[in-house]
Design a binder for this molecule. Structure first.
Ligand SMILES: [Zn+2]
Length: 209
């Protein structure tokens, strides 16, 4: 005859086993939906871009228009920061790069607002099952001085990605007067994005079934 404590212990074990079975089933479903992904897994994406200066009176960086004695040369609006971010997000989601999604030979991309390009890349990542957790970016420019504009760029990017501003970091560096950045020939950008799976809601799925 088992005593009460033993019976309680056995019941507890049964419940733990049932929960483990349920968790394994959830993880299996996640893997089926997105090969390579499991519950709680994260991905990192990396992006880099460079645009040369050309004649003009303003340039676009981080979705912000900056008055300056030159513009950046590009098929779209040449926003090197948003391009690096878009590539980091696509890369993290395992989706190639913006050159493939928005070719510079396509007429519809001429002069295109890169805010729109970034928003579409976020949608592509979401379709693949991924959302952005946070971004860390570096803009390398000898001129113009970007220090006072870092917050405006960060806030704009956070708004486009629907993230709290403290989940986006924009840092500004000079080129130390060497290389294409330091000689004021170009602006170069770097971005790292952390992506998390868009969690399915088991309760909702059960209701939908
Ligand atoms: Zn670019």
């Amino acid at each position: 005859m088992k005593d009460e404590a033993t019976l309680r212990g056995e019941k507890l074990l049964e419940r733990i086993e049932a929960l483990e079975t349920r968790l394994a089933a959830l993880e299996r479903r996640e893997k089926e939906r997105r090969p390579g992904a499991a519950l709680g897994s994260y991905r990192v994406g990396y992006g880099n871009d460079l645009h040369r200066f050309t004649d003009g009176s303003s340039l676009r960086l981080g979705g912000v228009t900056i008055p300056y004695c030159h513009s950046l040369l590009g098929h779209s609006d040449a926003d090197a920061l948003l391009h690096a971010i878009a590539d980091a997000i696509l890369g993290g989601a395992g989706l190639s790069d913006i050159g493939e999604f928005f070719p510079d030979t396509a007429e519809e991309n001429r002069g295109r607002d890169s805010v729109e390009i970034l928003a579409l890349c976020v949608e592509e990542a979401a379709r693949a099952g991924w959302r952005v957790v946070n971004l860390d970016c570096v803009v390398c420019a000898q001129q113009p001085k970007l220090g006072p504009l870092k917050k405006a760029m960060r806030d704009r990017i956070a708004a486009v990605l629907d993230l709290p501003p403290d989940c986006v970091s924009v840092k500004a560096k000079t080129g130390e007067h060497v290389g294409p950045v330091g000689r004021m020939e170009a602006i170069e950008t770097f971005a790292v994005a952390l992506l998390a799976p868009i969690e399915s809601d088991p309760e909702k799925e059960r209701d939908d079934a």
